[in-house]
Each structure stands twice: as structure tokens, then as C-alpha cells.
Design a protein around this ligand. Structure first.
Ligand SMILES: Cc1cc2nc3c(=O)[nH]c(=O)nc-3n(C[C@H](O)[C@H](O)[C@H](O)COP(=O)(O)OP(=O)(O)OC[C@H]3O[C@@H](n4cnc5c(N)ncnc54)[C@H](O)[C@@H]3O)c2cc1C
Length: 321
């Protein structure tokens, strides 16, 4: 069976990011997945990789990956593409992943497909990337016509499904070239993170829109999220108004989320917002306008003033803890 390389996104401690198991799920449709692990922590992450179908894990545990920016990772992937001739390389469609994909495509003379929302095999077995364009209004399928297809897949677009495999650890010798060491990391600052789960990894997301009325009004969204142990999201109307930071914006020009439960509170449901949340498992919308477009995709609709609907919900959730 053809080998498919999957670049692992992980912490140095070996925590495997959710997008990696999504990539493994997609890779299994194309062939036998092999994970590429750059840096330390592979042993700690191995069990999770095995659970989602990694046949083997190529591990290059070199300080080059932590001391320099993305170029060494692209170098490692190029080395493995040369040696293994895989059917495809899948990376996360994050800022880093997309830069790695571009560099790898140049190094290997390959076609690169970014922002894929799904990956399947065409009738002839070739990897096919699905793209949601214009905020999801148009779906396009694309295939690479040169070299090894390199596909950057949007986090949270594919539902991860387990399938046990060995995840055999295979050490790889790697030394970054001088050119790859041109930009050095001089300092790392850990982003301050509160108690709330990460927006793109959370099981529950509570998002607020312009209906909250102000930065002060938006606090009810945080309170609601905290009662559920959820992450907070926001529409662009909210982030543009400065009521909540931009990093929490959900949508076409924000984050893509796909939680078990998405609550849209005072959000109209513009196509650009839906592009970032429509794959959520269950969607509950609270809006005072019964004609709001968000209700077209909601599983449960609550028509009412959010300032009247949300407080009793918070109270009820509190009683059940
Ligand atoms: C290129 C481009 C990219 C974009 N990218 C994004 C993106 O990534 N994410 C995004 O969100 N938007 C994005 N937008 C903006 C998008 O088109 C909408 O303008 C935006 O999503 C609207 O946000 P909203 O639903 O909060 O506000 P509105 O559309 O103003 O809706 C507010 C809703 O709240 C309801 N409401 C008001 N008061 C209450 C109340 N008291 N109780 C209950 N309901 C109430 C109203 O009925 C209404 O439905 C983008 C636009 C463009 C052109």
C-alpha cells in the first residue's frame, strides 16, 4: 500500500494536537499513514498516533527544530519524500503548516493544495483535495499535477476516527542545511492562557455576536461559556468593534471550529461566520429574530432576547453540576 506522510503537530512534551489525528484519518483514505515527528516527545505521543492508524513514526529529534523556524522541518520532509516516494504529504493548514507546505513544494517540484476541508482518493487513486470557496458557497476539488501532492488541511474540517495501528518508531538522521538556519529563534514567550479550553480544540464553544450590544454585554457570553466549561468565540462584528480580541473570531477570516456543541448567541449567521462553524456536531442558536439565517443550520433554535434567555440557562447548568 502506498505510504502517506503526515506531519505531526505536537508540543515538545509529546502532546499530539487534534489536527494531527484528523490528518491521519484523511491519510488512511489514500494509503498507509506514516507520521513525521520533528523534535522531542515522540514516545509520549506514540499511543495516540497508534490509536488513529499511524503505521510508523519517523522521528528526527534534533535541536534544529526548536532553535530555528520552519525551514528545517521542510528540509526533513523533503529528505523523506526523496527516500520514501510517498503518495502524498499532509500537513496542518496552520500558518506554520502552510509555510512548510510551500517550502516543501519548491524543494520537491511538487504541487501544493492549501486550505483543504477534505481529502479523498479519486477513481484512479490520486489524492483529491476539497476546497470551500467564497465562504462555503462553492466547493472545488483539486489535484496536484506535478511531483508529490502536498496538502495543507484546515484544522477541524475532518472528523477524526480511530483505527488501531503499530506506530513503530523509526529514528531518522537529519541535519538542517545552513540555508535552513538563516532565521534563528531568539526568544519564546508563552501566550497567557486562562482556564478556558483552546478555541480550536474545545468540545463546546459559546460564541457571541453583535446582539450582545457592547463589550460589557459580551461578558454574559464568557459567563455562559464558563458555566459549561466551554471556549469563547465571537463574530467579526464583535471583534471589529473591539468588544472581544480578534484571536477569538470564528469564521472565514477567523478560526475554524468543529466542536460537539456550538452555541451562537446574538449572531445572525452570515455566510462568512458559518464558514467557520458549520461542521459543528450540534448547533444551538439564540436570536430574537425568528428569520435569522443562523436558524437554517441550527439543530435547536431559541427565539428570544439573549439577556432574558441566557441567565436562566446559566442558573440551570449550575444546578446540574
Ligand atoms: C470578506 C469578509 C470576511 C468576513 N469574515 C467573517 C468571519 O470570519 N467571521 C464572522 O463572524 N464574520 C465575518 N464577516 C462579517 C459577516 O459578513 C457579518 O457581518 C458578521 O458575521 C455579522 O456578525 P453578527 O452576526 O454578530 O452581527 P449581525 O449580523 O448584526 O447580527 C446580530 C444578530 O443578533 C441578533 N440580536 C440582536 N439583539 C439581540 C438580543 N438582545 N438577543 C438575541 N439576539 C439579538 C439580531 O437579530 C441579529 O441576528 C466577514 C465579511 C466579509 C465581507
Amino acid at each position: 500500500m502506498a505510504e502517506v506522510l503526515v506531519l505531526a503537530e505536537h508540543t515538545h512534551g509529546g502532546e499530539v494536537k487534534k489536527v494531527t489525528v484528523e490528518l491521519l484519518t484523511a491519510a488512511r483514505r489514500l494509503g498507509e499513514p506514516s507520521v513525521v515527528w520533528a523534535g522531542p516527545g515522540a514516545e509520549a505521543g506514540r499511543e495516540r498516533l497508534a490509536e488513529f492508524g499511524a503505521a510508523r513514526v519517523y522521528v528526527a529529534d534534533s535541536a534544529d527544530f526548536s532553535d530555528y523556524v520552519v525551514a528545517p522541518v521542510a528540509g526533513l520532509l523533503a529528505q523523506l519524500v526523496g527516500k520514501k516516494a510517498p503518495a502524498a504529504v499532509l500537513v496542518a493548514g496552520t500558518a506554520e503548516g502552510k509555510e512548510i507546505a510551500g517550502r516543501l513544494a519548491v524543494k520537491t517540484g511538487s504541487g501544493v493544495l492549501t486550505d483543504a476541508v477534505d481529502v479523498t482518493a479519486a477513481d484512479d487513486g490520486a489524492p483529491l483535495a476539497e476546497h470551500a470557496n467564497f465562504g462555503g458557497a462553492i466547493t472545488a476539488h483539486a489535484r496536484a499535477t506535478a511531483g508529490t501532492p502536498i496538502i495543507a488541511v484546515r484544522p477541524n474540517a475532518i472528523a477524526a476516527a480511530p483505527a488501531a495501528a503499530d506506530a513503530e518508531i523509526v529514528p531518522v538522521e537529519f541535519a538542517a542545511s545552513d540555508a535552513a538556519k538563516a532565521a534563528r529563534i531568539t526568544e519564546r514567550v508563552i501566550a497567557e492562557k486562562g482556564e478556558r479550553p483552546d478555541l480550536t480544540e474545545a468540545q463546546i464553544v459559546v460564541s457571541g455576536g453583535r446582539g450582545t450590544g457592547s463589550a460589557d454585554g459580551f461578558k454574559i457570553i464568557e459567563e455562559f461559556a464558563d458555566s459549561l466549561g466551554a471556549a469563547v468565540g465571537a463574530s467579526r462584528a464583535v471583534t471589529d468593534a473591539g468588544w472581544y480580541p480578534h484571536q477569538f473570531q470564528v469564521g472565514q477570516t477567523g478560526k475554524t471550529v468543529s466542536p460537539q456543541l456550538y452555541m451562537a448567541v446574538g449572531i445572525s449567521g452570515a455566510i462568512q461566520h458559518r464558514a467557520g462553524m458549520q461542521t459543528s456536531k450540534t448547533i444551538i442558536a439564540i436570536n430574537k429574530d425568528p428569520e435569522a439565517p443562523i436558524f437554517e443550520i441550527a439543530d435547536y433554535a431559541i427565539v428570544g432576547d439573549l439577556f432574558e434567555v441566557v441567565p436562566p440557562l446559566i442558573e440551570e447548568v449550575g444546578k446540574r453540576k
